[in-house]
Design a binder for this molecule. Structure first.
Ligand SMILES: [Mg+2]
Length: 168
């Protein structure tokens, strides 16, 4: 047992402090958390949500091509103005919201196959419009997300907001 973890140091300390972890221990914890997260996703049912490995392997070029072909074959590009697309995106987000409306906090865990399919469909609809509006405005969605995450990290420093659901 290392000095840090000895019973003596705990007994002597009036305040129980969290033991400092080594780099190896931190990495192990991180890997365990990742495994737990992936398990939690898959426990919700296969294909219920996009799990971590699906996301990592996503072929964005293929998705863009599929959507563009669908739109072009129907000559719908003419209707896809940023205004119309942002409205459609908001409507689809509300359709997702509607599925969970009035549910109890844990109710989603016992979702039926039909409900899971509905959730997947709405997530796909949201994604469709998100891809579409990004393409129309010539925005690189990955770059935009990573850039915004950088801003989020500065706006919400982990040291001051960890575990708190606050916005400021
Ligand atoms: Mg929909």
């Amino acid at each position: 047992m290392s000095k840090r973890y000895s019973g003596k140091s705990f007994k002597d300390s009036s305040v129980m402090k969290k033991p400092k972890l080594t780099f190896k221990e931190k990495r192990k914890l991180k890997e365990e958390k990742k495994r737990k997260d992936e398990k939690a996703f898959s426990d919700l049912g296969s294909g219920f949500v996009l799990n971590m490995s699906t996301w990592r392997n996503m072929n964005y070029e293929k998705i863009k091509k599929e959507i563009k072909e669908f739109v072009d074959e129907r000559d719908w590009d003419q209707f896809h103005t940023p205004k119309n697309l942002s409205m459609a995106l908001s409507v689809e987000a509300s359709e997702l919201l509607e599925i969970f409306q009035w549910q109890k906090a844990d109710e989603f865990k016992s979702a039926t196959e039909k409900q899971k399919e509905m959730i997947k469909d709405e997530i796909a609809d949201i994604f469709y419009y998100l891809v579409r509006i990004s393409e129309k405005l010539n925005i690189n969605i990955e770059e935009a997300l990573l850039n915004k995450m950088k801003k989020n990290k500065e706006k919400y420093p982990k040291e001051s907001v960890k575990g708190k659901a606050i916005k400021n």
